[in-house]
Design a protein around this ligand. Sequence first.
Ligand SMILES: Cc1cc2nc3c(=O)[nH]c(=O)nc-3n(C[C@H](O)[C@H](O)[C@H](O)COP(=O)(O)OP(=O)(O)OC[C@H]3O[C@@H](n4cnc5c(N)ncnc54)[C@H](O)[C@@H]3O)c2cc1C
Ligand code: SF4
Length: 552
Amino acid sequence: MSALPRVKAVIIGAGAGGPIVAKELTQAGWPVVLLERGQWYTANDCRKDDLRNQRNSTLGHPFGPDDDGNPRVVVTANGQQRLVEPSGPGYSNNAACVGGGTLSYGAMAWRFHPNDFQMKTVYGAQVPRAVEGSTLADWPITYDELEPFYEKAEWELGVSGDVSTDPFHGPRNKPLPMPPLPPTREHLILEKGAKALGLHPFHIPMLRNSVPYNGRPACMRCRWCVGFACEVDAKCGTQNTVLPTALNTGLLELRLQCMVKEILVDEHGKATGVAYFDRQGQLWEQPAEHVIVSGSAIESARLLLNSKSRLFPQGLGNRYDWVGRNLQGHTYTGAFGLFDQDTYDDVGPGAGIAICDYNHGNPDLAGGAMLANEFIRLPYQFVSGLRAPGVPRWGAAHKEFVRRFYRRSIAVQGPTQEMPFFESRVTVDPQVRDKLGIPVARLSGNKHPHTIEIGDAMTAKAEAWLKASGAIQTWPKKAGQGTSGGQHQAGTCRMGNDPRTSVVDRWCRLHEVENVHVVDGSVHVTNGGFNPVLTIMANAYRVAGHLVGGAK
Ligand SMILES: Cc1cc2nc3c(=O)[nH]c(=O)nc-3n(C[C@H](O)[C@H](O)[C@H](O)COP(=O)(O)OP(=O)(O)OC[C@H]3O[C@@H](n4cnc5c(N)ncnc54)[C@H](O)[C@@H]3O)c2cc1C
Ligand code: SF4
């Protein structure tokens, strides 16, 4: 293995967290190398194919990782193992490219609720069955500590929306930098229904330009948003915001198609850098003073578990067997509704209205979910997913249903907060390796029963909202058991004060290794009843600020 010149920091992964840290460190004068296993794609690399995008990968996906040579092993609820390729069901793929999930995401930009940081305190005594058998805990930081960094993420990357009519959000010092996009027909129908129920609808905050912002244009409201890269660059990901800023400092070297194999340590237990394969498959050593891990919850856990050495025979940071544990995501539940009036106006991105009335305060439940309307439905999604019970999938009745209801249907759903479960986990497979010879991630475990219970309660709320909005027929979208994770994967390197029950400390530094930090969703103790990316971004700003010595 050839060694390269030592740098101040090496960052693994150019997704949501890594580029934010790269920007903060380089602006503070640190020379940084950022290693990303994927490539730098644009909208031109992804055709508008309903069946081949990062959300629907029936025919594969454009933004990686390649199906060839990158499997995972998934252990099903009944103990059966299967080998899954990245575009296959159960793989829990985000993306492997510059921007990571933020290149093709839906761009909902939620702050977690203050209670989301204190779930054990709020619900431990109140709902004992939520805690029983789960590893529910409080975060070691509060909403108030993260608030300035939420604001920084909203203003630096760019968020549009209006949360002023949401009485449930945490305290904030500044409004969002951009107004919301004008409401769609669906938005107006749901707004009326929510108000009739006494709920508090508002415009979803989105990492999406509603007006020209930071040198990029406003959204042109197309149909191909979630799962696709934005053709006019109006979606705000790390690839078109913080990363160019970091590169402009001249202190960042971004190396693409470089897969980090392991974190290297010396005989004193300090990290010395990383070993990685370049695009030709050659192995390099990148020495660094600090190692920042941001590969997403599953790959970060895999990397730490694969970083075995004499001092860390169970993997780095894994003395107490917590790396890879508590794998969470979100249990998506909600409802579908059919209407006798047109609800569809072909105006993207579709999702626009939400309620937070059910995130907390549900009697006898530990948490809940934000509920929102779905992104614009592409024809295939309608045909495959939005079908009233009993309607056949082929023939005259199928055609009649599609003709009648494609323009007259609404889906409402939300990311139910999951109860963390110790047995829901990432390990590395003892046999299966990827094309570079690195042991692959193995996903196993189920969801906590209370998670399913909360999800079911959310379906009832969603159906009631649709009925109040005029739906002539509704039916629930329920969730079943199975491994957690998905595109909102989190939890596998839990943040905490006690090294025996967490992996990183409050500054996201491995308890066991003073110069390794983790800055992706894996540090989330719990994952809120909201999409997670803004929290990942805010926390990355917080950790970077601490690293450069100016914790704000
Ligand atoms: C279609 C889609 C829609 C989504 N919609 C939303 C939404 O509306 N709102 C929201 O909050 N979230 C959304 N998400 C989820 C969001 O994108 C993720 O939560 C977020 O990107 C996670 O950030 P991360 O930094 O942890 O990981 P990622 O963004 O997954 O980035 C990790 C990066 O690390 C790289 N990497 C991993 N391992 C290695 C290694 N060993 N060596 C080198 N590189 C490595 C990967 O290639 C990847 O680019 C969506 C995701 C997708 C895919
Ligand atoms: S809906 Fe707007 S932000 Fe989304 S891809 Fe289309 S133009 Fe871009």
